[in-house]
Write a protein that binds this ligand. Structure first.
Ligand code: TXA
Ligand code: MG
Length: 340
């Protein structure tokens, strides 16, 4: 009498494989069957699916609990494939891709009709990049389709820089995780809108603004709170990078004072600084972050996740210099602080 029904809400078995040849071959099969694969890029782990398949892309939004209006980045194996997903590729865009791809720069361009609107969050533009990671590129090549991939975290959580972070967020929700070790850049790609009169920075990321200006001349920047910017970069509207703990951003040197009220109230508090601080208190966790901003960026999301897991309730972070990757680090810290 009882029929066996396929329960779409039942947890999947999530495979965890080494990102070797066999793992990549298996992952490409999953992508071609409209499944979901988390894979390393040079920035953070991505949650990939066939960018041209509406059904596959819809599953990304479900697995992450991601709002449908927040568009995805389409990943290509090489710049030569750009015309397959972008409606128009100008010589200016070609110059930029020749200079920065493969690498952590995402370009927003007119959308080619073959890219479904679910992939672009309903927009007539498409965000595209060529990742600089051998596993990412081998996966795209073996899949023979462009791969849509947001960061492989549950929506609102810090982006994953280790396969373990992906498993913590998405176990039972996706088919496969390819473990390729820690991601070398540690923060997401820079997003540059090329559809206006001049390049517009929508999200600071792995390529510093200074490098863009040096190569392209003037680049406009809009603050995350700006309404127009929120319209053009839908991701800015949503809660982001938030650990469970409250994040408080303070000036360099102000950390010891800022943690006092929490210590006095007997709360678990962490102090994150680029200085070595000689202070020992019960319920105080000290973390010294590298002065080198590339190293800081690499460690940032793992630090937030680690402090969360340790049960810290409040994380006081001292601001860093806003030069180079410091701008990106401060952007992520401000969002984490705003969300908490
Ligand atoms: O480094 C990265 O960019 C990683 C790896 C996996 O490639 N991906 C990533 O994806 O960070 P995600 O989805 O977490 O962030 C994509 C950002 C969002 O802020 C989104 O709103 C913006 O890019 N975006 C995507 N398509 C857009 C479009 N057509 N116009 C404006 N912004 C767009
Ligand atoms: Mg993300």
């Amino acid at each position: 009498m009882s029929a066996i029904l396929y329960d779409v809400k039942a947890p999947l078995h999530t495979e965890l494989l080494e990102a070797d040849e066999a793992g990549i071959r298996r992952a490409a099969e999953v992508v071609r069957a409209d499944g979901l694969v988390a894979f390393p890029t040079e920035t953070v782990y991505g949650l990939g699916a066939n960018a041209l398949s509406e059904a596959a892309v819809l599953r990304i939004f479900e697995a992450k609990d991601r709002p449908r209006g927040n568009p995805l980045i389409v990943h290509l194996g090489e710049a030569g494939q750009l015309a397959t997903v972008a409606g128009e590729v100008t010589s200016r865009v070609r110059e930029i891709t020749a200079r920065f791809w493969p690498g952590p720069l995402t370009l927003v361009l007119p959308r080619a009709p073959v890219v479904p609107l679910v992939t672009t969050g309903g927009l007539d533009t498409v965000a595209v990049r060529v990742p600089d990671h051998p596993v990412a590129r081998a996966l795209i090549e073996a899949s023979r389709v462009p791969i849509a991939a947001p960061s492989a975290n549950r929506s609102g959580r810090p982006s994953p820089t280790l396969a373990r972070h992906v498993r913590d967020d998405l176990d039972g929700r996706i088919e496969l995780i390819l473990d390729g070790g820690p991601t070398p850049v540690g923060v997401e790609s820079t997003v540059l809108d090329m559809t206006g009169d001049s390049p517009l920075l929508l999200r600071p990321g792995g390529i510093p603004l200074e490098s863009l200006r040096e190569a392209l001349g003037p680049v406009r920047v809009v603050a995350g709170a700006d309404h127009e910017a929120a319209g053009r970069s839908p991701g800015l509207r949503y809660r982001h990078y938030a650990p469970r703990a409250r994040v408080i951003l303070v000036d360099p040197g102000a950390g010891e004072t800022a943690i006092q009220p929490w210590l006095e109230a007997g709360r678990q508090v962490a102090l994150v600084s680029q200085r070595r601080i000689a202070l020992e208190r019960p319920r105080l966790t000290l973390r010294v972050m590298p002065v080198d901003l590339e190293a800081y960026a690499r460690d940032l999301f793992a630090l937030l996740r680690e402090l969360d897991a340790s049960g810290v309730e409040t994380i006081v972070v001292e601001a860093v210099s806003e030069r180079g990757l410091g701008r990106t680090i401060m952007d992520r810290l401000r969002r984490a602080a705003a969300a908490s």
